[in-house]
Design a protein around this ligand. Sequence first.
Ligand code: UGA
Length: 431
Amino acid sequence: MRLSVIGTGYVGLTAAACFAKIGHQVIGVDNDPKKISLLKEGKIPIYEPKLEDIVKEEMAKGRLAFTTEIAEGVKNSQIVFIAVGTPPKETGEPDLSAVENVARQIGENMVDYLLIVEKSTVPVKTGEWIKRTIERYNKKKIPFDVASNPEFLREGRAVDDFLSPDRIVIGCETTRAKELLLEVYKPLNSKILVTNLESAELIKHASNAFLAMKISFINAVAIVCEAVKANIKEVADGVGLDKRIGRDFLDAGIGYGGFCFPKDLDAFIKISEELGYDFRLLKVVREINNEMRERLIKKAKEVLWNLRDKKIGVLGLSFKPDTDDMRFAPSIDIISRLIAEGAKVLAYDPKAMEKAREVLPGINYCQSPYEVCQDADCLLILTEWEEFKHLDLKRVKALLKLPVIIDGRNIFDPKVMAKLGFIYRGVGWGY
Ligand code: UGA
């Protein structure tokens, strides 16, 4: 099939490359000429495992091309996927002006029946707005359908999530739209749920909100664990063994970040409010998440007393491992607070340092985790990169000025750390 994907961010680029990989003819469209010229050279502007190879392979096979012109994509496709950014505004609502702009241009450039699919995460009722916008600019009254096909991929595992999804959700209003989308996804042989437009839009927000709720729930339990002799990992394992609950997303720590959960939660709270419901539960989820960052700093102060002029080493900056994404990373809040308290911060991240420099200019970036430890009063672990789990801890201890590790991701065993002579504080260990 001939497809276009408008927007080549994490979701759009993964979708475009993977659609080509499963045999479709795909045009990736983006209004950023720098991004497009990079992509045309077979290079990708983000770190995402496996993605660059697929982009190169599919371009070589002639199944994937890139352009800055929406018209080119629209005129050469049966289906256009909208995957442009929906960044949060100050108010918490997502800024949907890029979606509107794309919808207008689609309306102006349609030449034949077209299925327009929203893939960006958007609040319920956006599909309705896309339809209205296209109708306004579609002067020749060319027939079209609008559908919702939310994406559930995780950064760092985007390709695998796209090619082996738990489910594919298709929200549509006509049989024609449904059949076209079923055909697109046929090669994946996956479980497909067909719903109406509004349900599909809500499934996306509700899924992310539920996962965020699981994280805040386990973080709240972790706080209680710290007050007694309990171990959050054992508690999470015990709770997670119940098939109705499941162990995934029950890892306590400094909470969620990234460009999805924080903004989707805000957006879901906001749209619920507009629809007449005060989604109090999600407001508390958000509060607990923010509290976890504060608690980490408090733990550092409990050991070090004042932070002024203390040298603090930070391992991990990206919002989670296997990505260079710094958007809404807990490390930004935590490091900004450390700097505000007068601490000197040294940091290392395997992939995110280039992006981190843009948002965290006032710190020293190091070439290795060991360089971070050199003479530091304390080491903070903010992202659970695999590399950190295999550190030579004797070397770390010898390098640190004081053997203090505050671990925001619980990557070590507190008993082992105590034996090695560290003052080790994780999240949710009452001993
Ligand atoms: C999330 C969802 O998992 C995807 O299904 C969804 O498609 C995506 O948002 C999106 O809306 O586009 P992502 O933001 O890539 O994916 O990252 P996750 O792996 O879900 O992690 C989110 C945050 O939660 C990270 O900061 C991670 O460290 C934190 N987390 C995750 C925990 O603190 N504890 C856990 O047990 C799990």
